[in-house]
Ligand binder design. Structure first.
Ligand SMILES: [Zn+2]
Length: 346
């Protein structure tokens, strides 16, 4: 499958890399891509990064009919889809994406799933359907209310698909587009992202003096100034304080955000909240502090939170994930596996 004459696969991997390098579309190991042909679905392996698609093998072959049969039969193997890997076609010793069922249920050859910031900023609101209806007219789209990724999401998608559906917008999660060519899938992805685009507010500068006073014991000021918007833009801060807006936030940063009280050090705030070593501590009005042990995935997700919240308005009806949704993500073995791969990244 790495045959250099395989132009379709090359195009798919080039698209994966391009999307993976755009933090407004993909953050860290999030998002995934697939191609179905000859009964085999090549889907991103769990924990791999789309941004690395042309540097290393990220795709793993799946018996797609077996996944669909498993979903219909309620087979618990659909939770990881590991038993459906065509090990005869690969020597990649990884699990398939936890979102493999999401790709399998779409009949089109090419499926692209992104955690597009513009989409997330619409679907973390209670009036998401009204907003999408106004922006996506003319497209064959459908909305799937939030359900945990994995087999439950695959099954929920099946209930919302018609023969024509090629855009699925996932509540509190992201976007799925499907087409029979790589170019058409990307055209659709770009069109939906562009139609949902909102104005990103510019944030006040961080207060480095206050941040320095709260830093230490592993916490320091990140280089990338845009991350401080979570703390320095008061509308962004209020939105972030409402809770977890999408699954990868919970998986990589824990539920909600930890904020330091006035004059409190980050390490003490984390301890007070029972979150020792938490990757992100927000110092309201001043900026953010990031723990030295924060994984690449966690760092990417801090950027995502800044990018999503700076698109939300003060009167937006924010609808965060419930405590039960958060607990399901944190206690899910498949996610623990993905986190362990992230922790091993250099
Ligand atoms: Zn996803």
């Amino acid at each position: 499958m790495t045959d250099t004459d395989d132009s379709e696969m090359r195009d798919l991997l080039a698209l994966a890399e391009r999307l993976g390098r755009n933090p407004l579309v993909i953050q860290g190991p999030g998002g995934n891509i697939s191609l179905k042909r000859d009964g085999v679905m090549w889907v991103k392996a769990s924990g791999t990064w789309m941004a690395e698609a042309t540097e290393r093998s990220i795709l793993i072959p799946i018996d797609v009919a077996a996944v669909l049969d498993g979903l219909a039969a309620g087979d618990p193997a659909c939770e990881t889809c590991e038993p459906f890997v065509r090990r005869d076609l690969t020597d990649l010793a990884l699990r398939p994406s936890i979102e493999t069922t999401l790709h399998a249920v779409m009949p089109q050859r090419v499926v692209v799933h992104v955690h597009c910031v513009e989409t997330i900023a619409a679907v973390c609101l209670s009036d998401a359907v009204e907003r999408l209806t106004a922006r996506l007219s003319g497209l064959n789209w459908s909305f799937v209310p939030y359900v945990r990724p994995g087999a439950p999401l695959g099954r929920a998608m099946l209930r919302h698909l018609t023969a024509e559906t090629n855009v699925l917008v996932l509540g509190n999660h992201g976007l799925v587009v499907a087409a029979d060519s790589v170019a058409e899938a990307e055209r659709l992805r770009a069109e939906v992202s562009q139609r949902l685009a909102r104005v990103a507010r510019a944030a006040p500068k961080p207060d480095r003096e206050v941040l320095q006073a709260a830093a230490g014991d592993g916490y320091s000021i990140p280089d990338d100034d845009r991350r401080h918007a979570i703390a320095t833009d008061l509308v962004s801060l209020a939105a972030a304080r409402r809770g977890s807006l999408y699954p990868d936030h919970v998986v990589f940063l824990g539920p909600g955000i930890v904020t330091a009280d006035a004059g409190e050090r980050a390490v003490d705030a984390a301890r007070r909240c029972g979150r020792v070593g938490t990757p992100l501590v927000v110092v309201p009005g001043a900026g953010v502090l990031v723990h030295a042990a924060a994984t690449p995935g966690a760092r990417a997700m801090i950027g995502c939170l800044a990018d999503v919240t700076c698109r939300l308005a003060s009167d937006d009806p924010i609808a965060p994930l419930s405590a039960d949704d958060e607990a399901q993500l944190l206690n899910w073995d498949a996610e623990k596996y993905r986190q362990s791969l992230d922790a091993r990244m250099p």
